[in-house]
Every structure is written in C-alpha cells, then in structure tokens.
Design a protein around this ligand. Structure first.
Ligand code: ACO
Length: 328
C-alpha cells in the first residue's frame, strides 16, 4: 500500500455567461439544429467575453473550489493549469492565476497536451502528492477555444465552447488514485492543429488572412482515433487497477462529440446511466470538459464515497489517457 494517498477534496467550475445556440449557427452558417444535434449532441456553448482570457475563467473555478474546501489560496502548495489555450506562450497561466488569487510565492506550471490535459494533470498532481513533494495541489483545466475558432468553417465552429474546472487534490490516508494509462502519437500533428503562433510558424498578416491562427482539424480522422483510444485507454486503466468494467460506477469522458462517447460506451458495455454527458450545454471545452462534468455530477448528488470513476480523454497531440479513481 502506498504510504501517502491522494483524494480530491473539492471541485469548482465556471462557464461564461454568453451562450451560442444551434439556432444562432443556423443564422450564421449553412447548417441546421438537426445536423448539429444528430452529429455531435451539442445544443449550446458558453462563449468568453473579448476581455476574458483562460486565466480569468480558471480563477472563477478555483475560487469556487477554495470556498467549498474552506481553504485560502495560500493553503495550496502548487498550482497546475492544463490548457490548450493559455493566456500567453509565456508566462504560465498557472502563475497568473495563483498571483491573482493572492498566492505569489507558490510553485506553478502549465501542461499542454491538447484536450487530454486534465487527465494527464490528474496523473501528475496525484504523483506529486503520493510522492510526498506537495500536500495540496490545485489542478485547473481552463480554455477559451472560441478565440481560436474560425466561425466561417461549419465543420469546426459548431464544436467549441469555453469554460474552466478546478480540483483541489490533497494527501489522504486512503488512496483515491488507482491507475493511469496515458499515451501520445505526435507523428501527424496536422490532424488537429493550431498552425501559427508557436516557434514553427510565426503570426504574419498572410497567416491571419489564411486563418492559420485558428483551429484546423480533420474531423473524420479525429473521430476514428478518439473512439479507438477511449475504448483502449479505459480498458487498460481498469485492468491496471485490477477492476472490471462492471465495477466502474461512472465514466466521465472528455466531451468532444456525443457520437464518440456513445460508440465507445457501447463497445465498453457501459450503460448510459454510468456515462456522464453534458455536451449539450457546453460543447467541447477541451481541458475543462472533464472537471465541468465532474462538478455537475457532484453538485447533482450523483457521486458517492466508494464510487469508482474512470476519467478518460483524448485530443491534439494526438494524445489520450484514462485515470481510475475511487471517490472519497
Ligand atoms: N452543418 C452541416 N453540414 C456540415 C457541417 C455543419 N455544421 N459540418 C460539416 N458538414 C458537412 C460536410 O461539409 C460534409 O459535406 P459533404 O459530404 O457535402 O462534403 C458532410 O457534412 C459530412 O462531413 P464530415 O466531416 O464527414 O461529418 P462527420 O459526420 O464526420 O461530422 C464532425 C463532423 C462533427 C466534426 C465529426 O467528424 C467529429 O466530431 N469529429 C471529432 C471532432 C473532435 O472530437 N475534435 C476534438 C477536438 S479536441 C481539441 O483538441 C481542440
């Protein structure tokens, strides 16, 4: 038995007020509510205000988590942000969040592995605590994907929304962390890519005119990859934990497409009541989608001590991962 265990002490989440509905898209593009609903399961997405960056959303979620845990920002030993849409290439969004909360002397770092960030983050933060490095870590998934969405492209624009979720992990006598299965394959970045703004391709006027500062995606390729990896990673994580799929009480997947979730759940023989889905309200919020769904389930009284949860995600990289967790 591991001498130091980990648990999630509190969760918080936040989504911006402005809503974009399928009917709004009908007015903007050649699309329909019927197409979007049947192909994705999405109805609404929350859209950040022009002045709201990912850190602003993350701060709201973190404040709620701190309040629920009855902790101050100084009580957190380390701040970690998982985001595909950080405020800047540098400095780290986590440091900005910690400072704005009032913690200016704490370690902070960001993790960028596409939409799998929260799953990777759970693994890393649990490792920091179980390894005795920190006693209490704040993990935040915060995204403003709509700032990088090409609203002339009907194939991608309908998918994305903004939001943030925060989880406070802390040392515990009982260990909630049962297993992790992570993976990546960076051999074809073009499948899901934001071409400019990094060191490979500078932002030029020509790049902006060609919309290369926006999300590019081969939807069909991502779809196939996502179903396969969601199935494999969930099965592997359960196997590593020595559990069967029947022993899993809840699957909390990255909310990218209801059809991806349905196809994977069906193969895994997970009945719908075990699979937590709120994609209709938020769309794809990347690293925020898993904590948004977890928070909704906790606030709705669905999850109880002892429940086995598999968190599973996939995204740009390509990347994927699943974590098995015993709630306490
Ligand atoms: N409304 C109407 N028609 C549309 C729309 C739309 N919004 N978007 C695409 N179409 C059309 C296409 O133009 C195409 O028409 P054509 O046959 O005349 O060429 C047709 O619908 C079928 O297009 P597909 O791309 O094959 O549609 P598909 O059924 O694959 O659904 C979708 C597209 C929803 C994007 C799907 O592929 C998907 O969800 N893929 C996974 C996306 C995903 O998970 N992304 C993760 C991103 S995570 C991150 O890291 C940011």
């Amino acid at each position: 038995m591991n001498p130091i265990g980990v648990k999630i002490r509190a969760v918080g989440s936040y989504a911006p007020e402005k809503i974009l509905t399928n009917e709004d898209f009908e007015r903007m593009l050649d699309t329909s509510d019927e197409w979007i609903t049947s192909r994705t399961g999405m109805k609404r997405r929350h859209i950040s205000a022009p002045e709201q960056a990912s850190s602003d959303l993350g701060i709201e979620a973190a404040r709620i988590a701190l309040q629920r845990a009855n902790l101050t920002p100084q009580d957190i030993d380390c701040y970690v942000v998982a985001s595909a849409t950080p405020d800047y290439i540098f400095p780290a969004t986590s440091a900005i969040i910690a400072a704005k909360l009032g913690a200016t002397d704490k370690p902070a770092f960001d993790m960028e592995i596409g939409c799998s960030g929260f799953i990777y983050g759970l693994t890393v933060c649990a490792g920091l605590i179980r390894g005795g490095v920190h006693k209490r870590v704040m993990l935040i998934g915060a995204e403003t994907l709509t700032k990088f969405t090409n609203y002339e492209d009907r194939g991608t624009s309908i998918l994305f929304g903004d939001g943030a979720g925060a989880a406070i992990l802390e040392a515990s006598e009982i260990d909630s962390f049962l297993s992790s299965d992570l993976g990546s394959d960076g051999s074809n970045p073009a499948i899901l890519l934001l071409p400019t703004g990094g060191s490979r391709e500078r932002v030029t006027q020509a790049a902006i005119d060609a919309k290369r500062d926006m999300i590019y995606m081969n939807g069909r390729e991502v779809f196939k990859f996502a179903v396969t990896k969601m199935i494999q990673s969930t099965a592997r994580a359960l196997e590593k934990a020595g559990l069967t799929k029947e022993q899993c009480n809840f699957l909390i997947p990255h909310q990218a497409n209801k059809r991806i979730i349905d196809a994977a759940s069906k193969y895994l023989e997970m009945p719908p009541e075990k699979v937590l889905v709120n994609i209709q309200e938020y769309g794809n919020t990347s690293c925020a989608s898993v904590p948004l769904a977890l928070d909704e389930a906790l606030q709705g009284g669905k999850i109880h001590p002892g429940d086995i949860i598999v968190f599973v995600g996939f995204g740009a990289g390509l990347s994927w991962g699943a974590v098995t967790w015993r709630w306490q």
